[in-house]
Write a protein that binds this ligand. Structure first.
Ligand code: ZN
Length: 275
């Protein structure tokens, strides 16, 4: 057996169950979270590899591609150590993928020059030297599919981080409440949002994590050491996306699910595949 195959075998011995659908299915694949497509310059956290069954691994493919567009909108290639050209090539490759599998949604994201101009002004964005508003990198994420993509991403990201920090898959008794923001306001503003208070009240103070990978990925978290454990995560991807996920090991024990007005729109569960 080659070294890679040996490593893989060891991985599945240590992680025999899929961490995305309740921990009952056998893991047959390795799944990177956050997805590699979210990272610029092929720089991603090497150790964030998770055990997944086939259906869970492939379930998020299209939504990852869509969400990667948001993650890659705002970043500084030079800060990451990647050339503008390379970052642009990666962006175009991903955009082509989205245009191919979701042509209608892709078209809905494209803005006319007039639309770009009116959206760019409040953001303080201006065309660079020799450019017009046509070249300003803004797109619309009003399409409902982006919301669906955020749910898919939240489900897998927080199932994965929960597995990483508690050592166990989130079971079918568990649930996730998530919030995200797609601008550069970041975690601090999201964490101080009024409607997060009922959630935050359940958790010990969050530990601010270290930025990783030249600030392409930062994660702060705290764990309630109960059976089953619950955990709270604050994740930042580039300057583009901040996401908070409260992962409850057993939702029947938490009243918080009724305390937040539009909670149904912000809750996800481990995948439940028909047997
Ligand atoms: Zn699974």
């Amino acid at each position: 057996m080659g070294q890679a195959a040996e490593r893989k075998k060891r991985f599945f011995e240590q992680h025999p169950r899929c961490c995305f659908c309740g921990g009952e299915a056998a893991a047959t694949t390795q799944d990177h979270w956050p997805p590699r497509s979210f990272f610029v310059g092929r720089i991603w956290p090497e150790d964030h590899v998770f055990p997944a069954c086939g259906p869970c691994n492939s379930a998020s493919r299209v939504h990852e591609m869509l969400f990667a567009m948001i993650c890659r909108v705002r970043f500084s290639p030079t800060q990451v150590g990647v050339s503008e050209e390379e970052a642009q090539r990666e962006w175009e490759r991903n955009a082509r993928g989205v245009a191919q599998v979701l042509p209608e949604k892709y078209r809905s994201m494209l803005l006319s020059v007039t639309e770009k101009r009116s959206r760019a002004r409040p953001l303080g964005l201006q065309p660079g030297l020799g450019e017009t508003y046509r070249d300003v990198p803004i797109m619309s994420i009003d399409h409902p599919e982006f919301y669906e993509a955020s749910k898919t991403v939240a489900r897998k990201l927080f199932c994965a981080l929960y597995y990483l920090r508690t050592g166990r898959p989130l079971t079918s008794r568990g649930g996730i409440v998530f919030l995200w923001t797609s601008n550069a306001h970041g975690m601090d503003q999201l964490l101080s949002t009024e409607n997060l208070r009922p959630i935050l009240a359940h958790f010990p103070p969050i530990q601010r994590g270290r930025g990783m990978l030249n600030d392409q990925f930062a994660c702060a978290y705290t764990v309630i050491d109960a059976y089953p454990p619950s955990a709270l995560f604050a994740v930042q991807l580039n300057d583009a996306v901040a996401m908070i996920g409260a992962v409850f090991g057993d939702i029947s024990r938490v009243g918080v699910f009724d305390q937040i007005p539009d909670i149904e729109n912000h809750q996800v569960f481990p995948y439940r595949w028909a047997k």
